[in-house]
Design a protein around this ligand. Structure first.
Ligand SMILES: [Zn+2]
Length: 825
């Protein structure tokens, strides 16, 4: 039963820490009683089990860090470094995990094949190590390739079953009469198959020293004088900060030549509002998954990791702590035990570091991440500079001719809206020709993209403005004009404001402000006053917050249209509504992988259905709405039905053709919407949709960055919250997930470093760990110290008929994210 004491401890430990079964102390008491009266004599007490599992978790679990948030709230974050390290020691994950981007030609089905990872991500943030033959190569090191070419690999990627390096060419140049090198960035970039590399930098240096005759006319390899960009003819300085002439690349030095991998992640945040249970108030939670996992894996609950949650701390406040650990890991690297035998290396120590591929969430959350004013703003798009014409925006639901107030619905299954702020009721004046369609340059079309450096500049200007009395109005006007709004910075601006409020007169106020500023904010801390998202290296929150199809399409467009059909077009037409319900009841959805539809519910509660319902509606609407709604709106439904299978396409055969088709169909859809009524374009989601094709090109099929797996994970967080100690739910929930990560790892056959085993394993000599002053020892590269759980516990997970494999997620409870929108023509 290693590393558990015995069967009883093993099973109790598992039972207590499964994610979806949360027991209170009283329930555990009852279970232990049940065991006792059934003849289990050596039953421990609840307290003994709890103390033991707390200790074993301190030895083997994920650390939970306490942060005093910049906005004044305490929150707890589980160590992302330790979780990533654990994933490398978990054979169920590691064997499926990709660490290199892939050039798959026109095919696109995985995140690693998208442009972002393959081309755009800073080279410094990609995997720096590759082994070819028996030689270890690192990026940003001069390397000798076949045909006597000197190159500097900058990015490894795979194509077919071979690995290639994107390279800078090295060219000798004469600078001030001295022979030296420059690196040339060609366009398109030079590609060298990894097996055509001959000598790594250390080998090359030795060879040059041993055989100087062979290299007679060649300048010494370092320093590289500059980097020349062929495309625009510019030169840049060689960034040699992380370079040692002696030892080579930064990562070669850091890892001592061991493999180093970059681990891209999808980072997700959600604010779950208090609409589920009275005990569940608004919680902000951060979660992540590994973007290097195949699409079928990444959407499994098993692969969703918990970082933090809080009912007090703001999302961006918690991102501060997460960002800090990610940035540290990007600088220092994380040691991990790699259980794989890939790349010609056996199991052994490797170094890894995380990189955020994209930020996921619903639209309001993605706006907040990108320091954007939100969907209700005049500049309503976080991705581009699209703008509502002044006055064009319809006041919320007031000027609809003959407008009817929507009936208040009771919710059948709980509303699952994304709390979007664009709340005007859908138009019922569908034939209103007065409010005509999309004008040229209307907000429906994409415009100039937003860029992080522009936003950062605006935010810095806010701070500068805030230092002078009388600028409040100006800052507000700038927010409207630019659409840049930072909830993180707002906290500090508010503090500044309150410093002079009680004073009278401009001079006195300015004096108070100056005093306050000098006392609390020093110039060098300005960086820490703006959203920490900008401190995440290689991430542009405007461009790297991909369109989330659950909220934009199902809970956006489909919901709008369905609500419009039922609530407005068929309003008070009881016979037609009844017919619609009957049609829904009768339609055969067997082939769509759906269970029979509940017509009455879909009609009666049209305003408060959930994503799952709209998924069904989207597929059957053209059949059930026929002849019931206006021709223009029916045409629009048809167009939407054509679009949806394209959007949910899990495997794209030819991304160029697909993207072109998708753009055409989006355009067609928007045109039909416009012919119906231009008023729909008061809703920003019609615009946001136009950014989807480019996001698919950059991040892979849209279901990869749909948030369904994360959304369903919220139920687990909620369950943990209900049983948490109300005094510190953030900590309790984080510790609960730390325990779960340990159970999951052990039951998955994961490797762990044996620690304090004589202490925890032996009942008679066990002494609890000291509450303070005990820290986990540093990483141990010695293979002797790395273990898996014993045979008996393996039997538990091998018993596929038992409940545990399903609870742990080793067998799917339910497939998520697989497309049911098949292209059926
Ligand atoms: Zn836009």
């Amino acid at each position: 039963w290693y590393p558990w004491r015995d069967r009883l401890y093993c099973t109790l430990d598992i039972l207590m820490h499964l994610p979806r079964s949360v027991f209170s102390e009283k329930q555990i008491d009852l279970m232990l009683w049940l065991l006792k009266v059934n003849g289990i004599t050596d039953c421990p007490s609840t307290k003994e089990v709890k103390d033991w599992s707390r200790d074993i978790n301190r030895l083997y679990g994920i650390d939970t860090f306490e942060y005093n948030g910049a906005l004044g709230h305490v929150y707890y974050v589980n160590s992302i470094s330790q979780m990533l390290a654990q994933e490398f020691a978990n054979p169920k994950v590691r064997h499926k995990l990709h660490v290199l981007p892939e050039d798959s030609g026109p095919r696109l089905s995985e995140a690693r094949q998208g442009k972002r990872w393959l081309h755009e991500l800073h080279s410094e943030l990609t995997t720096p190590w590759h082994r070819s033959g028996t030689t270890d190569y690192f990026t940003f090191e001069p390397t000798l390739a076949t045909k006597n070419r000197f190159v500097i690999p900058t990015r490894w990627f795979t194509r077919g079953d071979r690995t290639f390096a994107k390279c800078w060419d090295m060219e000798p140049v004469s600078v001030d009469g001295t022979q030296t090198w420059r690196a040339v960035v060609r366009s398109p970039e030079t590609e060298v198959p990894a097996d055509e590399l001959l000598k790594s930098y250390p080998e090359l240096k030795v060879h040059m020293a041993d055989f100087p005759d062979l290299y007679r006319n060649i300048p010494t390899l370092f320093p590289i004088h500059h980097v020349f960009h062929q495309e625009d003819g510019t030169c840049a300085e060689w960034d040699g900060v992380n370079w040692s002439n002696e030892k080579g690349s930064y990562w070669r030095q850091k890892s001592g030549g061991r493999p180093v991998y970059s681990v891209p992640i999808w980072l997700y945040c959600d604010d779950t509002s208090g609409n589920m249970s009275k005990k569940w108030n608004k919680h902000n939670s951060w979660l992540f998954t590994l973007a290097g996992l195949p699409r079928t894996e990444v959407t499994r609950e098993y692969n969703v990791h918990f970082l933090c949650t809080s009912n007090l701390a703001e999302p961006m406040e918690m991102l501060d702590g997460i960002q800090e650990e990610i940035s540290r890991a990007q600088r220092e690297g994380i040691w991990a035990w790699d259980c794989s035998k890939q790349d010609g290396c056996g199991p052994g120590p490797v170094m890894i570091f995380p990189v955020v591929l994209a930020l996921l969430g619903d639209n309001p959350m993605q706006s907040e991440m990108a320091c954007h004013i939100g969907l209700a703003g005049r500049k309503f798009c976080r991705v581009c500079e699209a703008e509502n014409d002044k006055g064009q925006r319809m006041p919320l639901g007031t000027d609809i001719p003959g407008g009817v107030a929507p009936p208040v619905d009771a919710s059948p299954s709980g509303p699952a809206d994304d709390n979007d702020t664009d709340n005007p009721d859908p138009p019922n004046a569908i034939y209103d020709t007065g409010s005509d369609t999309s004008q040229p340059g209307s907000p429906v079309e994409g415009t100039q993209p937003r860029r992080r450096h522009d936003t950062e500049r605006v935010l810095r200007n806010y701070i500068t403005d805030a230092k002078v009395i009388g600028n409040e109005g100006r800052i507000e006007a700038e927010k409207t004009r630019t659409g840049v709004k930072d909830t993180f910075l707002a906290h500090f601006l508010e503090k500044i404001k309150s410093s002079y409020k009680s004073h009278r007169g401009v001079d006195a106020q300015q004096k108070a402000l100056d005093l306050f500023w000098d006392k609390h904010f020093k110039e060098e801390e300005v960086e820490n006053m703006i959203n920490p998202v900008w401190r995440l290296k290689g991430l542009d929150a405007h461009q790297d917050t991909p369109v989330e199809i659950l909220h934009v399409v199902l809970l956006g467009l489909v919901k709008y249209f369905w609500r419009d059909a039922v609530r407005h077009q068929l309003h008070k037409k009881e016979d037609k509504l009844a017919e619609l319900a009957v049609r829904l009841d009768c339609i055969d959805v067997h082939g769509l992988g759906l269970s029979s539809l509940r017509g009455r519910t879909l009609v009666q509660y049209a305003g408060s259905l959930v994503g799952r319902d709209f998924r069904a509606v989207a597929q059957v609407a053209p059949f059930v709405l026929h002849n019931l709604i206006s021709p223009e709106s029916y045409e629009t439904w048809l167009s939407l039905s054509k679009l949806i299978p394209l959007i949910w396409q899990p495997e794209i055969e030819d991304i160029v053709a697909h993207s072109a088709l998708l753009k055409v169909e989006i355009h067609q859809f928007l045109l039909r919407t416009a012919r119906w009524t231009g008023r729909w374009f008061n809703k920003p989601k019609f615009h946001i949709l136009v950014h989807l094709p480019s996001h698919i090109e950059r991040f892979g099929p849209a279901i990869l960055f749909a948030t369904e797996a994360f959304e369903s994970f919220n139920a687990i967080i909620r369950a943990k919250s209900v049983h948490s100690n109300r005094a510190a739910p953030s900590r309790d929930i984080a510790e609960g997930f730390s325990q779960w990560e340990r159970i999951r790892h052990w039951l998955s056959g994961g490797w762990f470093r044996e620690l304090g085993v004589e202490n925890v394993m032996n009942m008679t000599t066990w002494k609890p760990l000291p509450a303070k002053g005990w820290t986990r020892p540093v990483f141990d590269p010695d293979p002797e110290g790395w273990k898996c759980t014993g045979m008996e516990s393996k039997k538990i997970v091998n018993d596929m008929d038992g409940p545990i494999p399903r609870y742990v997620g080793l067998v799917d409870r339910k497939r998520l994210g697989t497309s049911i929108f098949l292209r059926s023509g």
